[in-house]
Write a protein that binds this ligand. Structure first.
Ligand SMILES: *Cc1c(COP(=O)(O)O)cnc(C)c1O
Length: 713
């Protein structure tokens, strides 16, 4: 259903529903302005969800809009830009790689984070998938996404007064989400998969991200059993058997859905191991056409791309063989192979974990394979060397494409305006061009400083609004209001730390020496404050304890209210935080952070990175765009890592970050600091954008799939 089917819009502005149901609006500020202008209170109340807004705007306001010259002129120019973008023929891909137009790249991912109004993501992996789809649209890359439409998504986080995370699941109202149901001629079910002796029907929802369609699978259909109906209810259930069933729906069901929709992918890209069952279904199709198994596997391999995202062994889906027997014995019979041969293609060979490994399947059955940063590339080759026993480690065929972020999504409108003023109105179209971005260094310091201060005030106001709302609702204590940031000050140097709460990210590294930290934060002349946010996976007990520890510190009066925690970290809070703090802190144990992307979001907004040289910062740090904590990656195997890094972190804060931030001229501007801010923007926009990333995927991966194979399928 689209909003216009829900309600009638006045003729003059009837395309509002089209605009609302294509997430293109989410990364075009003028399109957001249309909805902001239409009914500002509703826009805010809906959490920036234009579908919900258009659905609820009173008739009188819609009528008034048709008489409002300023609104109409904005509306017309936005619709014109939208049409131009949707039909553009002169894209980067058409100019450089027209042969890629022969068929779309089908991109399978367990989660897609496109906008907060569609909460079907947990964290970094989903954000990456969302950013990839948006950038594919911008570059004109033919692309379709395949994922799940979870009505409950990932949990919402509350922190109780005692500091323990509470997990709350809310049901998404599909009517008010920017999705529409695909109704094939024969009814609602688009495809079916077999799970044991049951046939599970799959419905499909469509989400549009510019020119890219994302098809989201849903098993909540009447004809399915109660157990199967909730298969697509939630993301990342801990139960391995349910996980396996979900992955059967995504991988095998996903291929069948594309077939049913008449979509013929030229390239199949599995984002992380969750979706790699898709190769099994394509092998089955080949075998069904009379191709022997080995030949079928090599045909499927020929146009499959696989990306692995984590160096942490236990984070790779690995199913026990009893589950494999239960769900796949019929499958291997149907393709004429025995159990041993089947298990072989998912043979783990990593740290002795027995079972059927989804990453091994992805690596074994793909032609192009990549890790997500330079450092992670080396770690991944080492990790999976067992799959290529005859090759030396540096010849293992796994390359890397360093992640990037979709700049139009993650840049603050206030900063974008400054860039446009000094670098030209189309500077975001030339993201990869250092010649354009070098001009950043010439922007007057006072303008940069003012916009940075404004963004900090905006973040603190956002926190105050939330705290006030929760206080008024009566479900929090006064102390919790303090932990929500009520005592923060816009003039204090503000350090942000926000990401999934889990052990290897070391959220409590700063608290190793409480006395030293207290001295740093409580300095009356050069105060420092900390803002934390992040969820812990419901089954990650150690992560929850770390969160509990920080929450207790935030309530400790000795820190004078300078430590805050924002609940329910999501894309919305991630935007406020990465725009608003002064420094972005990142402290993973070495070689465990595959890439990390939140630091890139901060960096493009002029929030320098203070980080261990792990993940992207191993490539990103250049000596003038932020700070590097502790030694390089070679220290990964030291058991004194935590101690050494904590000492280094305190020293950098005391001797470099804080003095530089508070070193002001007579007018109050910290020129040395602003220089770091500018270098941070310059290096991150040009090197860590999704634009650069998708150009890399195109040139290093997709183009490597031979044209003859691409056009055959
Ligand atoms: C960007 C983002 C992440 C990823 O952050 P990392 O630095 O990679 O841990 C996680 N969650 C949300 C909501 C994000 O926006």
């Amino acid at each position: 259903m689209t909003p216009s089917e829900r309600r009638k819009l006045p003729e003059r502005i009837k395309r509002l529903d089209e605009l609302a149901t294509n997430l293109w609006w989410a990364w075009h500020p003028k399109a957001r302005d249309v909805f902001r202008m239409l009914d500002y209170p509703l826009w805010r109340e809906s959490g920036h969800n234009p579908v919900q807004e258009v659905y609820n705007t009173p008739d009188s306001k819609l009528e008034a809009a048709t008489q409002d010259v300023a609104f109409l002129s904005l509306y017309d120019s936005v619709m014109e830009a939208f049409d131009a973008d949707m039909t553009a023929k002169d894209t980067w891909v058409s100019a450089n790689y027209p042969e890629l137009a022969s068929g779309p790249i089908a991109y399978f991912s367990m989660e897609f984070a496109l906008h907060n109004s569609l909460p079907i993501y947990a964290g970094g992996l989903g954000v990456l998938a969302g950013d990839i789809c948006k950038e594919a649209s911008d570059l004109g890359l033919p692309f379709v996404g395949i994922g799940f439409m979870y009505p409950q998504g990932y949990f919402h986080q509350h922190i109780a007064a005692d500091g323990w995370q509470q997990e709350i699941y809310r049901q998404l109202n599909f009517e008010e989400a920017p999705i529409s149901r695909l109704n094939p001629p024969k009814g609602i079910s688009v495809a079916q998969v077999q799970i044991e002796d049951r046939t599970v029907s799959i419905a499909v929802w469509l989400v549009k991200a510019g020119r890219v369609n994302i098809y989201l699978l849903d098993t909540n259909l009447e004809q399915n059993t109660a157990q199967d109906r909730v298969l697509s209810a939630r993301l990342y259930t801990a139960d391995p058997e349910v996980r396996m069933q979900q992955e059967i729906v995504l991988g095998i069901g996903g291929v069948r859905v594309l077939r049913a929709l008449g979509i013929h992918p030229a390239i199949w890209h599995a984002n992380e191991g969750h979706s790699t069952f898709m190769v099994l279904e394509r092998i089955r199709e080949e075998v069904g056409r009379g191709v022997p198994f080995n030949e079928a596997l090599s045909r499927v391999r020929a146009n499959t791309v696989f990306t692995t995202h984590t160096p942490v062994a236990c984070a790779h889906d690995c199913f026990l063989t009893n589950l494999v027997d239960k769900y796949f014995s019929r499958y291997w019979e149907s393709i004429g192979i025995d159990r041993e041969t089947f298990l072989e293609i998912g043979r783990p060979d990593v740290e002795g974990r027995a079972g059927f490994n989804m990453t091994a399947l992805g690596l074994n059955a793909s032609n192009q394979r990549n890790a997500v940063s330079k450092l992670h590339g080396g770690v991944t080759r080492r990790m999976w060397a067992g799959l290529w026993p005859n090759l030396p480690e540096d010849k293992i065929p796994i390359t890397y494409v360093t992640n990037g972020i979709h700049v139009p999504t993650w840049i603050a409108a206030e900063i974008q305006r400054v860039f446009e003023k000094y670098l030209g109105h189309d500077c975001l179209e030339g993201q990869h061009d250092p010649a354009i971005w070098k001009k950043i260094l010439d922007i007057p310091d006072n303008e940069v400083w003012e916009v940075r201060q404004n963004l900090k005030v905006k973040l603190l106001n956002f926190m105050l609004d939330r705290a006030q709302r929760r206080w008024a609702e009566g479900d929090v204590t006064a102390q919790q209001v303090v932990t929500m940031g009520a005592l923060l000050h816009p003039d204090a140097l503000t350090i942000g730390f926000a990401r999934r709460f889990t052990e290897y990210k070391r959220p409590t590294l700063l608290f190793q020496d409480m006395a030293r930290l207290k001295k740093i934060l409580n300095n009356p002349f050069k105060p420092v404050q900390l803002i934390f946010a992040g969820k812990s996976h419901p089954a990650d007990w150690a992560g929850k304890q770390l969160l509990h520890q920080i929450y207790a510190i935030a309530q400790d009066r000795e820190f004078q209210g300078r430590v805050a925690f924002i609940e329910d970290y999501d894309m919305h809070t991630a935007s406020y935080m990465t725009h608003g703090v002064d420094v972005w802190l990142n402290t993973p144990r070495r070689l465990q952070e595959a890439c990390g992307t939140s630091g890139m979001k901060a960096a493009i907004n002029g929030v320098p990175h203070l980080s261990v040289r792990d993940g992207w910062w191993y490539e990103g740090y250049n000596g003038s765009n932020g700070w590097a904590i502790g030694p390089g990656p070679e220290a990964a195997f030291s058991d004194r890592q935590d101690e050494v890094d904590a000492q280094s972190l305190y020293r950098i804060l005391e001797e470099e970050v804080i003095p530089l931030y508070y070193d002001r001229d007579r007018a109050g501007f910290p020129h040395g600091w602003i220089r770091v801010v500018k270098e941070s923007i310059l290096s991150s926009v040009t090197l860590f954008s999704a634009c650069r990333m998708m150009m890399d995927y195109t040139e290093k991966m997709y183009r490597e799939i031979p044209q003859s194979i691409r056009s055959k399928t």
